[in-house]
Design a binder for this molecule. Structure first.
Ligand SMILES: [Zn+2]
Length: 411
């Protein structure tokens, strides 16, 4: 296919503000969760074409993108026909099959919605591209890899669950942002209520994991007093979330590769302290961490459990907890091979949350992986993510009730 010549119109205004412009349409990445690189805007026929690649923001792989296409301040009117061309999808983690991508868009003043399947382009040298054409009736349109989830979405869940969740600040991120922890009960010293510790967004762009945890927390609020004691950190890599980083494998340590003793990131230090505080106030029964897999995976939700050589009984329990969650999810959401051990070729073999759960807390540590866009042929909506979370919550609550873990050895 012959490529139209690209006009070099990108103007870099500052390190954080990149505006690529055609005469009357600009692209902004200085928005919340903003991320795009090598942005070019050009007029094509009656419409506008925006070309971009996700920005690795210093990581070895890229994945997340989010940007605003708009008219310069003084001008209003519809953007009209927009063709958004994602270049180099194979450089995204697991981006080999962009046919499974369904980015989201939001017109000014509106809500997010999914795009349809992309137009797939193969260039003469074998590179791929994926394109979506939208008719934009407003003067601005946001475009992102998947439904964003940040502080506003968390606040909304807290508000809609009517005061069930208490929100406390347990420390700050490397960038100085508050780290928020939710709890439904503080427990008490030497308390013996079964307790769960939940996390998401250690890899900051893994928004589908964040939406599943949102559903878990909504379900526990519905269960009320029948729920176990739960402490949860939904926005664990808050810097990466708000800066639009993918946040996986970033040099020198991503949050989920820094769980050693001593911890190698400030966030991990804060979480370890909080988990030790929690473990003294309840009977820890499990830790769960909500992630997302490679960009184009669409098999279904699955779970990684930590392979513990030292504590075989804990590893066995982890498999039972994970299998129970897989069963509760059912074939609608769960991948055929649900429980897996994380023995893929990782860049870092430094300690993770699951290892900390099993080796220090002596309780199962489970990492759920939820695809960004599709499960088999089903396009995932926010409501479907939340429904998956509800099912996981029911499985966790049932197992917590009959868990017989002894109090862990206090660190
Ligand atoms: Zn992850």
């Amino acid at each position: 296919m012959k490529q139209a010549p690209i006009l070099a119109l990108a103007v870099v205004l500052s390190a954080t503000t990149l505006l690529a412009a055609s005469p009357d349409i600009i692209v902004r990445t200085d928005v919340l969760f903003g991320n795009a690189a090598n942005v070019r805007v050009q007029k094509v026929g009656p419409g506008t074409e925006v070309r971009f690649t996700p920005d690795p923001h210093g990581g070895p792989e890229c994945l997340w993108f989010c940007f605003r296409v708009c008219r310069p301040h003084s001008r209003g009117g519809a953007l009209g026909k927009l063709r958004l061309v994602l270049e180099c999808p194979e450089t995204m983690l697991g981006g080999g099959n962009p046919a499974n991508f369904r980015p989201v868009f939001r017109p000014a003043g509106g809500d997010w919605d999914r795009t349809d399947a992309p137009e797939l382009i193969e260039l003469p040298d074998g590179r791929k591209q994926a394109a979506w054409t939208l008719d934009a009736a407003k003067p601005s349109l946001d475009f992102a890899f998947a439904f964003p989830y940040g502080r506003a979405e968390l606040e909304r869940m807290v508000k809609e669950t009517g005061g069930y969740w208490r929100v406390d600040t347990i420390g700050v991120s490397q960038g100085g942002r508050p780290l928020l922890r939710l709890s439904n009960d503080y427990g008490k010293p030497k308390g013996d209520q079964p307790g769960l510790y939940l996390m998401s967004r250690q890899h900051s762009a893994e928004v589908s994991g964040g939406w599943v945890l949102d559903g878990v927390l909504r379900r526990f609020a519905e269960l009320g007093d029948a729920a176990p004691l739960v402490w949860a950190v939904p926005l664990s890599n808050i810097d990466g979330v708000e800066q639009g980083d993918y946040g996986k494998d970033n040099f020198p340590y991503d949050v989920n590769r820094a769980w050693g003793n001593p911890p190698m990131r400030h966030e991990t230090l804060v979480f370890q302290q909080d988990m030790r505080r929690w473990a003294k106030r309840c009977r820890p029964v499990a830790g769960c961490d909500f992630h997302a897999p490679g960009a184009s995976e669409a098999e279904g939700i699955y779970a990684f459990i930590h392979k513990s050589e030292k504590y075989l009984d804990v590893a066995k329990q982890a498999k039972e907890w994970s299998d129970a969650a897989g069963e509760a999810l059912g074939p609608e959401f769960a991948a055929k091979k649900f429980t897996r051990s994380g023995d893929y070729n990782s860049r870092w073999n430094t300690p993770r949350f699951g290892g900390f759960c099993q080796e220090e807390m002596k309780m199962p540590g489970i990492a759920f992986e939820t695809p960004y866009a599709m499960i088999q042929k089903t396009v995932m909506t926010r409501e479907k993510y939340q429904e998956a979370g509800r099912r996981i919550a029911d499985a966790l609550a049932a197992r917590a009730k009959c868990a017989t873990n002894k109090q862990p050895s206090q660190p």
